[in-house]
Structure formats: C-alpha cells, structure tokens
Design a protein around this ligand. Structure first.
Ligand code: SAM
Length: 199
C-alpha cells in the first residue's frame, strides 16, 4: 500500500498504516483472510504474511490484469501456496470460498476505487461492495474485522462513499462495531477508513 497524502512528520497514524494496524490485530498465524480488491496484490502479500504458512488468503478481482499482477507479486515473495486468487467479483465470495472456511475468516480488506494506471472505467460499486460485506458478516469469526479504504476524490468515489456510509451507519450495533477513521481538515479528499468488527 502506498501512502500518497502528506510527507510531513506526524505522530497520529496515517490512513494506510492504520488499515494495516487493525488487520494485524485481527489476523493471526493460521487464520483465513480475504483481499476483496486485489489490484496489484500489495494487500494480498501483507495478509499472506500475517496468516503464515498454516493460514490462507482468498483474493478477488474482476480484472485479469490484477490477477496476473498479484500472482507475480506473490511469486516474488514466495507466498503463492497460501493464497487462492479468484477472477471474480467479491460479491461472489460465498459461492467461491469453500464452505469449510465459513465462520473462520478473521480479516478482510477492500481497497476501493479503480486500479491506478489501469482502466479507469472499472471501479468498485457500492451495490457489490455492500453485497460482499453482508456475506462477510455471515462468514467471519466473531471479532473478525473488515477494513474499507474509501477513495472519494473522484465522482463515482463520492457516490460510493455516501452509499457505504449510509449502509454502515445503519448496521445493527448488536451485529457489528463500526469505526470511521479520517483526517477531516485535509485538502483533496484523501482516503479514509471504515472498519467493521463482527460481534
Ligand atoms: N489493493 C490494491 C493494491 O494493493 O494494488 C488496489 C485495489 S484497486 C484500488 C481496486 C480494485 O478493485 C481494482 O483492481 C478493480 O479491478 C477491483 N474491483 C472492481 N470491482 C470489483 C469487484 N466487484 N470485485 C472485486 N474486485 C473489484
């Protein structure tokens, strides 16, 4: 994950390091994790390191280019054996992940928007993101955490942000704890995080 916003010193954790910190808390060696938006596979490598040799990561992307790029990155890091990549939308999660893993997923990340340097007409959409979150809430272990990194600087990003915030705010507090982590005085709409912990 590459942090692009601000290079000055700061004690408070920036957005992408914060995403990693929560995932580190949620995902232990031997666990099952999901990268819902593979892109170039940076998050997949991070999750594969967290689950260790005995764990497993499932990755999704609708672009073949993302599957190839992630595969290459995993090979470079010698992590392919603990990762299964699906050329499919994350909304198909419960169809694609074998049912033996139901109830065992402890962490998932959605890095939303479009893949930088790639086809800008292919981007994540609130309907499919929400469908995948709903499935994850059924498939996760208690205390499993879903991290959404929301990029709202582009037009569709703002639409996605509004739909996701509306959905997340109405999630039953008996079902999940929902956190928003955001710098609120920065210019150019930097990304922010919504984290959902299953109860
Ligand atoms: N985390 C990635 C990385 O480390 O490079 C960046 C992810 S990029 C911002 C968003 C990705 O979501 C794109 O590769 C895009 O193809 C993918 N995407 C869009 N709709 C999707 C869907 N329904 N299911 C899975 N991936 C999707």
């Amino acid at each position: 994950m590459k942090e692009q916003w601000g290079t000055d010193l700061m004690k408070m954790e920036r957005i992408l390091p914060f995403a990693k910190s929560i995932l580190k808390k949620a995902v232990q060696p031997g666990d099952i994790a999901v990268d819902a938006t593979l892109g170039n596979g940076h998050d997949t490598v991070f999750l594969a390191e967290l689950v260790g040799e005995t764990g497993k990561v499932f990755g999704f992307d609708v672009q073949m280019e993302a599957i190839r790029s992630s595969e290459e990155r995993l090979q470079q890091n010698k992590l392919t054996e603990r990762v299964t990549l699906f050329h499919a939308g994350h909304e198909q999660l419960s169809l694609m992940i074998p049912s033996e893993w139901q109830g065992k997923i402890t962490g998932a990340i959605f890095n939303l928007g479009y893949l930088p340097g790639s086809d800008k007409t292919i981007f994540t959409r609130p309907e499919t993101t929400i469908a995948a979150i709903e499935q994850l809430l059924e498939w996760m272990a208690p205390e499993g955490i879903i991290v959404l990194v929301i990029y709202h600087g582009h037009e569709q990003g703002a639409v996605e942000r509004d739909s996701l915030l509306e959905y997340c705010q109405q999630l039953d507090q008996k079902r999940a704890h929902v956190l928003q982590y955001q710098f609120i005085n920065q210019q150019n709409n930097p990304p922010f995080i919504v984290a959902i912990e299953r109860r």
